[in-house]
Design a protein around this ligand. Sequence first.
Ligand code: SF4
Length: 456
Amino acid sequence: MEPKLEPIVETFKSREKHMCVKGEGLSIPVCDKASLPGTVTQRTCVYGGARIVLMPITDSIHLVHGPIGCAACTWDIRGSKSSREDLYKKGCSTDLGEKDIIFGGEKKLFETVIELRKLYNPGAIFVYATCVAGVIGDDIKAVCKKTEEVTGCRVIPVQSEGFQDHNKTKGHWIGCDALLDYVIGTREPEKTTPFDINVVGEFNVAGDFWGFKPLLEEVGVNIISTITGDSHVDEIAQAHRARLNIVQCQKSSNYLAKKMEKRYGIPSIKVNFFGLEQTVNSLREIADFFGDPEMIERTEKIIESGLAEVEHKTDEYRERLQGKTVALYVGGNKAWSLVRAFEELGMGVMMSGTKNGIREDYERIKEAVRDGTIIVDDANSTELARLLKKYRPNLLISGAKEKYIALKLGVPFCDFNHDRISAFAGFNGFVSFAKEVDASVSSPIFDLTSTSLRGD
Ligand code: SF4
């Protein structure tokens, strides 16, 4: 029989088991359920999940087939950087209105695609289905096929109607399916090498990819495509020729890696370039996979010089951060992949949670955190505020939606989501990470904030 435990914070009965403490009976919270109606969930919809995966393809137009409100979920909620064009940053919508809902929006979609093609000549036009497009039954696939024939441009349907599921993870899979069904395998690379790889689940937020891309190039692998950070659609089209997929965001993109293994026989390994130890391990695993003695030797030298370059650069921060606690409330992958990086700064993760976690994600979190860590699923804003007030971490790592909850409670906050502006991946990224964490945790402003809100 399960031991009777005190709730982590005061909440509705049906929500109590969505929070647990590792090591105390239930170590995996109840998860992957519809949010409780009336509570202010921090989740986004299935369409949002698909956008997150596909949005960073820079040479493409991302067209939202729906009312203008859905287009608010656009490039600026995804801080993916581009080294080439900015086409992906155009906010495009068919702006469905009442008339379209009554008579159908296919004609409008057709005309919009033709116009966008004329205006921008993009690598592809991704057409995202929203709730309204789904409810009125527009045949998006048929319109995409027809406009592709007329324009000669790739027009890719993304069947991401927001209402399909309570979990945006399904949107990630739908985004991956659009790539599998319409892009990957449709173009052959000019040349191949024995060391061709795809970097999967790396979205180049704040330029993270650029923090470890040079390391991979020095190791001697040839990057065919990045899926999807700083990418072109024609590069992703050649991804089926890679010898290996390295998967950075395992929450959104394991699905794609598994399907590519089944369809094209490409094995995958999970990597993590956040933190020194994890960067070292990832580089070693890639070199070990290829088993080339020269590559292995070269990789050891890269590791040695990478570590030497950042040695002592984080000492000052580490000294101030020693013994401080951090709460993670993030999108999934980071809920486990950041744990070790914080430990390297001398900090302890006292809480880790996600908004859209599935059981597999919580298994990963459970493995990564120490006994006594609180694990939370889909905490709404009231629960999050109560958690912060009761357990008082020295830092909350989360996204824009949680930022002001933390700041109003006088809890230092660091954005590790789509809006951040500093890149944290790779050896030098770790120094920026330490600097930014320290700037928040050690800021004197938090001694001046209202104590009444904090409940002191
Ligand atoms: S797709 Fe649906 S749930 Fe998502 S933003 Fe649009 S209307 Fe809202």
